[in-house]
Design a protein around this ligand. Structure first.
Ligand SMILES: *[C@@H]1O[C@H](CO)[C@@H](O)[C@H](O)[C@H]1NC(C)=O
Ligand SMILES: *[C@@H]1O[C@H](CO)[C@@H](O)[C@H](O)[C@H]1NC(C)=O
Ligand SMILES: *[C@@H]1O[C@H](CO)[C@@H](O)[C@H](O)[C@H]1NC(C)=O
Ligand SMILES: *[C@@H]1O[C@H](CO)[C@@H](O)[C@H](O)[C@H]1NC(C)=O
Ligand SMILES: *[C@@H]1O[C@H](CO)[C@@H](O)[C@H](O)[C@H]1NC(C)=O
Length: 395
């Protein structure tokens, strides 16, 4: 009896103890939860407050690993050190490659480029100017496109200055990087990069036509067709039109007057193709650039308005007012469609190649576009499979 009671009492004590332990645990769990929730909230706030959106990596980091692309994707290979910007002006290294690296400031570079002859019997090359963030995921497709046409083209790469990777010496992109600066999309630094590319390309007197491209662009004809189309064209292909909407005229700022009036204001594609004469005119401009730099701020995007307005105002006879780079804006969004692996077919490519009517040197033509964008890195494999035979790239 006594033992029984004692046992009962013990059980009670244990039960009370259990309850005590349980409530302590519950309280701990609740507190940990509160701390966790609070912590997450604070970190999130902290992130949005101190990390500007620009610092997040761009979306194109998902890249299919194909045999072709591997050499283009090694961001910052540790062994390759970028040439230091203290090197002297253009020189040929021991292997015979012209090194495009130099230490000129943009001002010196442009002053030098303006003095290079505008016309010469030696001008016969196409300058392909790539404005990229870093790697060229579709580089192998371009390599195939250029194959067998050495001497008829030059390549210039403007990348992020942090991008140090140099492809092997067998690549057409080997040592084709120009001294570059940070670029913010839609801002004056973008125009600076375009002018830098033009000026560097103008230094080579054999460059005749100048094409601005991005890492998402592809050629849609073979080299011979593109070469003949551009070298025989009597005008440049820089698009420029009057868009009466808010996203056109609505971006005009009265303070740009009287130098630029609403009647002068134009919009157009950033992706241009210009001849030597217009290239020199573009890099020579200081007055209009200044006005844009001061008064064309987001939601006015300098890359969509500066050149279209400048060329319309100052050199209206030098362009066809159209671009040769096809883009699909049919989605109605602020960014054009990006095409993926599943989109690539002969029918799709031929639709871009021949699906339009335009005039070329005053005659009707069904070839209106020579390049197209935007193509995701995962289109490389299907493009390599069908396009070389469809376009007739050299074997
Ligand atoms: C190209 O690079 C390879 C290996 O890095 C080297 O053996 C070869 O000599 C180089 N060729 C030229 C022309 O520089
Ligand atoms: C443009 O061309 C037209 C006709 O060919 C000519 O009358 C006009 O003067 C030219 N304008 C400029 C700015 O060269
Ligand atoms: C282009 O012109 C040809 C001949 O005039 C016509 O048959 C064709 O339908 C036109 N294509 C487009 C996309 O307008
Ligand atoms: C060009 O096409 C337009 C309409 O598509 C037609 O009216 C014109 O006659 C054509 N010009 C030539 C030179 O074929
Ligand atoms: C290049 O393209 C043109 C037009 O598409 C074609 O007529 C020509 O045969 C092609 N060249 C080669 C080498 O296949």
């Amino acid at each position: 009896m006594f033992i029984k009671r004692k046992m009962k009492g013990l059980k009670q004590v244990m039960n009370e103890g259990n309850i005590h332990v349980a409530s302590t645990i519950t309280m701990c769990v609740v507190m940990v939860f509160i701390v966790f929730v609070l912590g997450t909230f604070i970190t999130d706030r902290y992130k949005t407050v101190i990390i500007p959106k620009d610092l997040y990596f761009p979306q194109f980091t998902v890249v299919t690993k194909t045999r072709f692309s591997s050499i283009y994707l090694c961001h910052k290979s540790s062994s390759s050190s970028a040439p230091s910007p203290t090197h002297v002006v253009q020189f040929t290294d021991s292997t015979g490659y012209v090194d495009l690296w130099h230490s000129m400031s943009d001002k010196e570079l442009i002053e030098k480029a303006i003095r290079v002859p505008r016309t010469s019997k030696h001008t016969h090359k196409l300058a392909f100017m790539f404005l990229t963030r870093g790697s060229l995921p579709l580089g192998p497709f371009w390599e195939k496109f250029f194959e067998g046409h050495e001497g008829l083209f030059s390549i210039y790469l403007h990348t992020s200055p942090d991008f140090n990777y140099d492809p092997p010496n067998s690549s057409v992109f080997y040592k084709r990087k120009i001294p570059s600066q940070h670029v913010q999309w839609g801002k004056p630094t973008m125009i600076d990069a375009e002018r830098r590319l033009l000026a560097n390309a103008l230094l080579d007197v054999s460059n005749h036509r100048f094409i601005l491209l991005s890492e998402t662009c592809i050629p849609i004809f073979n080299f011979t067709t593109i070469y003949n189309y551009l070298t025989n064209a009597d005008k440049s292909f820089l698009s420029s039109f009057d868009d009466p909407r808010k996203i056109g005229r609505g971006r005009y700022n009265k303070r740009m007057g009287p130098i630029i009036t609403l009647q002068d204001w134009r919009k157009g594609s950033q992706w241009f193709e210009v001849n030597r004469e217009l290239a020199v005119e573009i890099i020579s401009d200081k007055m209009y650039y200044q006005v844009f730099q001061n008064h064309c701020l987001p939601p006015c995007y300098m890359d969509e308005h500066y050149l279209p307005t400048l060329v319309n105002k100052v050199h209206p006879n030098l362009t066809t007012y159209t671009t040769v780079t096809w883009t699909d804006w049919s989605g109605g969004k602020s960014h054009p469609t990006t095409f993926m692996r599943k989109d690539i077919s002969a029918m799709f490519l031929n639709q871009i190649r021949y699906g339009s009517n335009c005039t070329y040197n005053g005659a009707n033509s069904s070839i209106c576009f020579l390049f197209a964008r935007k193509f995701h890195p995962n289109t490389l494999e299907p493009l390599m499979k069908i396009a070389p035979s469809l376009f007739g790239f050299s074997p």
